[in-house]
Design a protein around this ligand. Structure first.
Ligand SMILES: O=C(O)CCC(=O)C(=O)O
Ligand SMILES: [Fe+2]
Length: 275
């Protein structure tokens, strides 16, 4: 399997977005410090350890958006300026505000087999090709290697019509050191590789989508107001605690939900597109 190219951490967001739009994915080497990933690994550890054997289906442990409440370093990665800069360019044109659709911590244990290739946005059952409404990222919390279950992606597959499936061996391997991030369009075929090593592979998946679309996870239940109140304002907003249109989309009792909940609004949102 061919190894995908890694962009440098100082790459321009325009160039990252261009790679993403043209080949369906982009990977950025060490966008975050490896030590930040160690902090995230520690934040997530109790949640992974609490999974029962039955929950570790296909030798993979999955924890969900709820973990964000007790993971300040993970919160920071969700609003990484480079990631938001890319989302501004790719999702921004089709919505007033975009949002976090779901988060998953994914621990691929030794012995896990190849995850089947799939398109994440097929949960919406829209025929392909279609305009981009979802963009996903995977932070490498441990190194991602050919042996331990790195994600593989099928270049250019985001343009394929429904029903066309990948040829074996056509994938690119997103091998990347800890702290790197893989970004792919919701329509790009991909999946985790098998883990042939003795150690788990840990990644954090985050889905971003247009602010007028239903979120994959029930975010207001996973992260209710009392758990979101202590978070930074831009994280609260990304979870969905804001108006998603210019006046009424996402309102509560006819008002901005932030005002109703007593959430402090210090500044007009600038970190992602506001039309
Ligand atoms: O764990 C990975 O590398 C990919 C996971 C994935 O694609 C998914 O769960 O939808
Ligand atoms: Fe996926």
């Amino acid at each position: 399997m061919q190894t995908g190219t890694l962009l440098r951490a100082d790459a321009r967001v325009e160039d990252i977005a261009e790679a993403l739009n043209s080949q369906g994915y982009a990977a950025i080497e060490r966008l975050a410090e490896p030590t930040a990933m160690d902090v995230i690994a520690a934040e997530l550890r109790p949640h992974f350890d609490a999974l029962t054997t039955r929950q570790r289906r296909n030798a993979t442990g999955r924890i969900h958006s709820r973990v964000l409440a007790t993971a300040p370093q993970l919160q920071q990665r969700m609003v990484d300026p480079v990631i938001l800069g890319v989302m501004d360019l790719v999702l921004g044109p089709n919505c007033v505000r975009y949002q976090l659709s779901s988060i998953q911590g994914i621990e691929v244990y030794p012995g896990a087999r190849d995850q089947g290739l799939h398109r994440d946005d097929d949960i919406f059952r829209l025929p392909h090709p279609h305009p981009v409404f979802e963009v996903n990222v995977m932070w490498a919390v441990t190194d991602f290697t050919a042996e331990n279950g790195a994600t593989r992606v099928v270049p250019n597959s985001h343009r394929w019509p429904s029903g066309k499936t990948p040829e074996p061996g056509s994938e690119h391997l997103a091998a990347m050191p800890k702290g790197s991030v893989l970004i792919w369009l919701g329509s790009t075929w991909h999946g985790a590789c098998a883990n042939h090593t003795e150690r788990p592979r840990i990644g954090v998946y985050a889905g971003y989508s247009l602010g007028w679309l239903r979120q994959e996870e029930m975010m207001y239940l996973a992260l209710p107001p009392e758990s979101v109140q202590p978070m930074p304002e831009n994280v609260q907003r990304l979870i969905g605690y804001e108006l998603k249109g210019t006046s009424t989309l996402g309102w509560l009792d006819g008002r901005d939900p932030r005002d109703v909940l007593g959430f402090e609004t210090t500044e007009e949102p600038t970190s992602h597109t506001s039309k």
